[in-house]
Design a protein around this ligand. Structure first.
Ligand code: COA
Length: 174
């Protein structure tokens, strides 16, 4: 772990996109893959701001598409690093779809992406620690440990038995 400590606000990123015909399916709704791509870019910018390094996407947690986003809508993606580990960072994403002529704005997605800092040879690099400040930043920071264990188990990189935080969530009645 690097000796520098940063706070989540330093990685906060906002990205806007206008849904154009080339982004949509035959129903004139935004293609899910296009949204995931934009989310990946916003999250990568956020992770880079945190570590001042090249980053690669290591994983994308389950993303559900609750509402169709229409042609002409404006997408706003907010990304922020919730927690940094040794070389990886968890990024929280919140996505809104706004129809400016009708004045409607809906929350369309939430997700967590994980990025790993690497050097020019593809070798992993230590990232700065993060110190959460607000209540919500602290809540996201605490939960990041459990989410990390879950995604590493699903990726076959951690044994369920070693996922102490996750087990505590299911087996502690406190
Ligand atoms: C992500 C990557 C750098 C991990 O490399 P690796 O040799 O498996 O490295 P390690 O097992 O030592 O893990 C390094 C870090 O990645 C994290 N990691 C690895 N796989 C992960 C996964 N599936 N989900 C979340 N984090 C993961 C580890 O937890 C570790 O984090 P830490 O150092 O903070 O503890 C490597 O798999 C890679 O380069 N993947 C391709 C990335 C890419 O091209 N992305 C775009 C896809 S098109």
């Amino acid at each position: 772990m690097s000796t520098i400590t940063k706070n989540p606000k330093e990685s906060f990123t906002i990205m806007n996109e206008l849904v154009l015909p080339n982004d949509t399916n035959t129903l004139n709704n935004l293609m899910g893959g296009r949204l995931l791509h934009w989310m990946d870019i916003a999250a990568a910018i956020s992770a880079q701001k945190h570590c001042n390094n090249i980053v690669v996407t290591a994983s994308v947690d389950n993303v559900s598409f609750k509402h169709a986003i229409k042609l002409g809508d404006v997408i706003t993606i907010e990304a922020v690093v919730t927690r940094a580990f040794s070389t990886s960072m968890e990024v929280r994403l919140d996505v809104w779809a706004e129809n400016i002529p009708s004045g409607t704005r809906i929350k369309s997605n939430e997700a967590f992406y994980t990025f790993v800092a690497i050097d020019a040879d593809g070798k992993t690099v230590a990232v700065p620690e993060i110190t959460p400040e607000s209540e919500i930043e602290n809540k996201l920071f605490e939960g990041a440990l459990r989410r990390r264990q879950l995604r590493l188990i699903l990726a076959g990189k951690m044994k369920a038995d070693d996922a102490t935080e996750l087990k505590a969530l299911f087996f502690n009645n406190n």
